[in-house]
Design a protein around this ligand. Structure first.
Ligand SMILES: NC(=O)c1ccc[n+]([C@@H]2O[C@H](COP(=O)([O-])OP(=O)(O)OC[C@H]3O[C@@H](n4cnc5c(N)ncnc54)[C@H](O)[C@@H]3O)[C@@H](O)[C@H]2O)c1
Length: 254
């Protein structure tokens, strides 16, 4: 029981992890012993992020694919399983944001958000789960959001996809738990990353955030590592279909 959170000997694939939250989670899982596969759309960026981890003494490989492209995803997962090794942990982190008032939202941007944030989770999980089922073991962690529960002006498609991530998590849990695959979700509140740069730089938004969040501050991406290690490790072996909010208490408050 001393090693409940130990990830030694485990291999984790984290989508969209060349930067941002995914990159911080990659390093966090590596610190707990996991071998990391950095995924992003661009091979050079994935390789660079992997090299930085290796330079710090961790084990990491860059592997680019676009989570929205089913053929690329199927090929990539098969190659990773064959040439690098079994994927024990999958974090579906790749995500995009587009902002427009609802009545002006361009159809193409609606499609783009749905493809990455929703279909991407489906495609990658489906391929990875096939191999996990054969081994009767696996951890899948989907990155949700405050918008899995709360709406906000100008980001309706994003909220629709993050609400879907909550139900994808539950649906996958219902079918995969009997194979000893735990599917759960982490829902971050507001974290300071490239995705939220415009909001961080917007004084009015930040002061609203300080009032609205019981913790009265932005989250630091490192503060998501504990939840990820918990859900990736044997500490959560009977936790299934859960969405863990790491939000400074925002969801608890009106
Ligand atoms: N930053 C926040 O406050 C916040 C809050 C809640 C949820 N989230 C979620 O956390 C996740 C990471 O967000 P972030 O803030 O680090 O964003 P980010 O923009 O910094 O990083 C997202 C990464 O995903 C990659 N990506 C995008 N489309 C891809 C695709 N089709 N295939 C592969 N990779 C792709 C990008 O290249 C980028 O490296 C997202 O799912 C986001 O919705 C973020």
């Amino acid at each position: 029981m001393n090693n409940l959170f130990d990830l030694s000997g485990k291999r984790a694939l984290i989508t969209g992890s060349a930067r941002g939250i995914g990159n911080v989670l990659a390093k966090g899982l590596a610190q707990y012993g996991a071998e990391i596969i950095i995924n992003d759309r661009d091979q050079q960026k994935a390789d660079m992020a992997a090299r930085l981890l290796v330079a710090e003494g961790y084990s990491a490989t860059g592997y680019a694919f676009d989570v929205t492209q089913s053929v690329q995803v199927e090929t990539a997962i098969a190659e990773i399983e064959k040439n690098i090794g079994p994927i024990d942990i999958l974090i579906n982190n790749a995500g995009i944001q587009r902002r427009h008032p609802f009545i002006e939202f361009p159809e193409q941007e609606w499609d783009d958000v749905i493809e990455v944030n929703q279909k991407g989770v489906f495609l990658v999980s489906q391929q990875v789960a096939k191999y996990m089922i054969k081994r009767s073991a696996g951890k899948i962690i989907n990155i949700g959001s405050m918008q899995s529960e709360l709406g906000r002006k100008t980001i309706t498609p994003y909220a629709a996809t993050k609400g879907a991530v909550k139900m994808l998590t539950r649906g996958m849990c219902v079918e995969l738990a009997e194979h000893n695959i735990q599917v759960n979700s982490i829902a971050p509140g507001y974290f300071d990353t490239d995705m939220t740069e415009a909001l961080v730089n917007d004084e009015a938004f930040s002061s609203w955030l300080y009032q609205r969040t019981p913790a009265a501050r932005w989250g630091k991406p490192e503060e998501l590592i504990g939840a990820a290690v918990f859900l990736a490790s044997s500490a959560s072996n009977y936790v299934n279909g859960h969405m863990l909010f790491v939000d400074g208490g925002m969801l608890a408050a009106v």
